[in-house]
Design a protein around this ligand. Structure first.
Ligand SMILES: Cc1cc2nc3c(=O)[nH]c(=O)nc-3n(C[C@H](O)[C@H](O)[C@H](O)COP(=O)(O)O)c2cc1C
Length: 364
């Protein structure tokens, strides 16, 4: 049997100490009410992973304001006080099962395909997103061309992240994760072709990461030190799987270097396969580069459901913990199975995605 002991050691992210190094990756399930309230069904869904031994639960991307941040219909929110209160049952239930829980805070930016508050979308620049809306979240056809966000609106977005983080803190979450990945608003700022601004938020990598830095600093200031604040970063996007940072390791150094000085407690780095080199030519994974340049604790994500691969990335010192998406959906008791040596169930989208989401068709 492979040695997986390091997966089961405690780890500390900011003010949160976890029983092990195994987390549930954030996964949108469009199973909230139309008003964006968390439901009983969501409480039992998240609790099942806590019971199955996951030390950390990261919620699905949750929208932060009643303007342009909602991405999908039936996505949960934390924009309004009633929405915040609805999460209490989720938090209490996960805590009772022995795990910690962070809320992922999301602003859709150009990739909104279902927002009950607005018909238009906003982005760093008026550039139509690549690809098509996600059919498994009930979208159809191309994305609309967004409107360029104004300076005043940028300041509002920062405030919305702050307010959402404080609401999450007030209902008992152990921390929040700022969604800076996958093509949504913050990642659109990071992305050269999506961000054509000529002000201090566009152009160089230093400028493109500025909004992420502003938000991280503002949230940290608002919530104090005794609340964990992390950020998720990726190269790939839900509408552009193969995107790579043009500036390669130099760009990684700037992005992770800047984020490392904001007061964030961790970075959550996701790649298609977490252990693969981030750039060609090169050897270091994006997680390893994040660790080197930010000097922060790193969570690695991307097909790490093989316990050997998960253990290796931690033992190599490239990450401090791992999260699982599809592997967790197929094995809500993944951590217990690893400990007992039981075989894993292989992910099957038909079986594991339909029960919670009101999904008509899902193709991964
Ligand atoms: C159904 C589904 C929903 C997802 N929703 C989110 C989300 O809300 N926020 C996010 O950052 N990533 C989201 N992701 C990406 C996952 O967090 C994860 O990065 C991805 O599944 C790769 O990890 P894996 O190989 O362990 O599945 C989602 C993935 C899936 C399969």
């Amino acid at each position: 049997m492979i040695k997986t002991k390091s997966l089961f050691e405690t780890v500390t992210l900011g003010s949160t100490t976890l029983d092990n190094r195994i987390g549930l990756a954030p996964m949108t399930r469009i199973s909230a009410t139309t008003k964006g309230w968390a439901t009983d069904q969501m409480a039992s869904y998240y609790t099942s992973f806590a019971r199955g031994g996951f030390g950390l639960i990261i919620t699905e991307g949750t929208y932060i304001d009643d303007k342009y941040s909602q991405t999908y219909l039936d996505q949960p929110g934390i924009a309004l006080e009633e929405q915040a209160q609805s999460w209490k049952q989720v938090v209490d239930s996960v805590h009772a099962a022995g795990a910690k829980i962070f809320m992922q805070l999301q602003h859709s930016g150009p990739l909104s395909q279902g927002n009950r508050f607005a018909d238009e979308t906003i982005a760093p620049s008026a550039v139509q997103p690549k690809g098509e809306q996600l059919s498994f979240y009930l979208g159809e056809g191309p994305f609309q061309t967004p409107r360029e966000i104004t300076k005043e609106e940028i300041a509002d977005v920062v405030k919305s992240f702050v307010h959402a983080a404080k609401r999450a803190q007030s209902v008992g979450f152990d921390g929040i994760e700022i969604h800076g990945a996958n093509g949504y608003l913050l990642d659109a700022f990071l992305t050269d072709y999506a961000n054509q601004r000529e002000d201090e938020y566009g152009g160089s990598a230093e400028n493109r990461v500025r909004l992420l830095v502003d938000i991280a600093e503002a949230v940290r200031d608002a919530v104090g030190q005794r609340f964990t604040v992390g950020m998720r970063i990726s190269q790939a996007k839900v509408n552009d799987y193969t995107h790579k940072w043009a500036g390669k390791e130099n760009e990684a150094e700037i992005i992770f270097g800047r984020l490392g000085k904001t007061g964030l407690d961790y970075l959550h780095v996701t790649e298609f396969e977490a252990w693969q080199p981030a750039f060609e030519p090169g050897e270091a994974s994006l997680a390893a580069l994040a660790k080197t340049y930010s000097q922060l604790p790193i969570i690695a994500n991307g097909q790490l459901e093989d316990p050997e691969k998960a253990t290796k990335i931690i033992e190599a010192g490239h990450a401090d913990m791992i999260t699982l998406g599809k592997g967790a959906l197929a094995n809500q008791d993944w951590a217990h199975k690893v400990q007992s040596g039981k075989p894993m169930t292989v992910f099957d989208s038909e079986k594991v995605l339909k029960p919670i989401a009101k999904i008509k068709a899902f193709e991964l």
